[in-house]
Design a protein. Sequence first.
Length: 612
Amino acid sequence: MLIKFIFRPHSLHPTILSLPPRFFPKPLILSLFSTTTAAVASVSSTLDHQQTLPYGPSLRKGHNPSPNFPLSHPHPSSEQENESNLFNEDSFTRVFDLAALRVPSERCFLLENRLRGHLLNWPRIRNIARVPGDEIDDDLKDLFINPSNSNNSDVSDSDNDPLVALNRRIYGKAEGDGEPLSPVLYRDKLARTFNSKGFVRFRNLAKISRPKKVKKKKEDGKKEEGGKKGGIGRNEMAVVEVVEEEIEGDVSRLLGAEFKGKRWQGPTRLLLLDETYADKGIDDMPEAIKAVLKEYGGDTKDSAFELVKCKLTLFYSYWQMNEVLEAMLPNGMIVPSSFETVGHIAHLNLREEHLPYKKIVAKVVLDKNKPKIQTVVNKTDVIHNDYRTMQLEILAGNHSLVTSVVENGLRFHVDLATVYWNSRLSTERQRLLNYFMHDDVVCDVFAGVGPIALAAAKKVKHVYANDLNPYAVDYLERNSVLNKLERKIEIFNMDGRRFIDTIFASQKTRPVTQVVMNLPNDAAEFLDAFRGIFRKHHKDRGYTLPRIHVYGFSKAQDPEFDFHERIRIALSEVAFDVEMRKVRLVAPGKWMLCASFILPECVAYSKTVSIL
Ligand SMILES: C[S@@+](CC[C@H](N)C(=O)[O-])C[C@H]1O[C@@H](n2cnc3c(N)ncnc32)[C@H](O)[C@@H]1O
């Protein structure tokens, strides 16, 4: 699978960055800033520049709650660096001050529609936020909204107003408003006062009787992850908090966070307003918002509609790969923002200029693509060995290069250290498969771990597959068993030229109708092996001439013509039709091509053969 690579130079204005100075390599800091401290833009200077910043969330906006959080390893990664020490994730925490409408939960969707265009609308942030204290039990809600409905036997007869009764419980006062009881006595009193169903009504009271759960500290000291999927909540990528004054004698521990004395307003939600309204008062708000407040909120003291200030905190996990890299790589450097994947392995192709930052880049790629990606590698050299295996350096994650890939409905086990695999060719392989018919017999000369051979085996009558690399043959065998295709495929481990001779010379093999030669660097040069393959047969017996699909590279001005020429030379024959197709551009000016043709009769029955 290929994840698109977008190379684009980034140009963070240095004075508005609120990242610690050590994000930048020293020479750059010296050339761009008069002092290193200038690089640490203060919260106020960040805000000063916010007008010039792009709309939407950005690491250059908001403020870092701990701007001086030291980065343990500021500089380009060295070989010894431990992944967890490369940079401090807390440096990427940004707090944004916002305004929000606090509305009753049951109305939030209706109002979300009505206020469209005035809401925050940031990627991956829901406009409707839940905050601690926005929910209450339905039973409690009834009690507050319709006090007269209350049939709670715990409400003392003398207390006609259930709120007063509840207040008594909260403050633990004895009858006659005596001294507050100690929490222990108070709890004891509550326990005795309630019947067995009492705890059902006041679930939080039941909770406080239980010992508090000790949160497990993660080994690496990181914040806990998980929680509600895609939503906003603590320990996730973002959290919303309402900024409000402290209420004296916080009672939330007794009756749950949702009960906040007079401020309690039933189940509510926050509708996060557009960032441009952050500092505005009600009067400065657009008419649509004012209308909602007027219509539903008014001046009623108990109204749940209110304009509140809140803080939206975005953590390291919120930011996308390119945003994090942009902040860390030196100004002007092209940000590597995509990679190829093979199973759990992300395969980078870093440029020379990225190499000093390769570990940082790899860690970000890993962090941002977990759990699918478990290992990040970089290709260190061009492929130039016989087996076409890549020279890879493991940069982050687990060190296993054995992975499993699903292609064309088949599963392949591959070890990138010892065998060839290229996910970019999956479309081409699929195209080739469409060419094959049920009664075909396919011969794959350079089969690798079997992406073409096994997919063909699923469709055609029989397959002969070969590879020179013993590791590839081993995986090809395993993959044939894994996909339950071992009966339809025969596997060989020999040089391609010898394999062609073996298959066509043998009396035992079935007549081959399709030949695949996918070794683009030099497959055309193997074509001479087809000279005289039917030399021992009589032409009139009507042997099927196989269709050959051969791949090749060309850097020529006219790549099709160039490749055609090479095929003609290899077969020593000029008069035959070749279907030529450009597969893909593998490097600037270098094409991969596929030529398909029926082996000319004069070549197959030639009396002169190539020397093996
Ligand atoms: C480009 S890979 C293609 C593998 C497979 N067809 C695929 O699409 O993944 C070429 C394969 O040819 C094998 N090879 C290289 N030289 C060979 C030779 N002389 N004879 C047979 N196989 C060879 C390599 O080991 C490698 O697995």
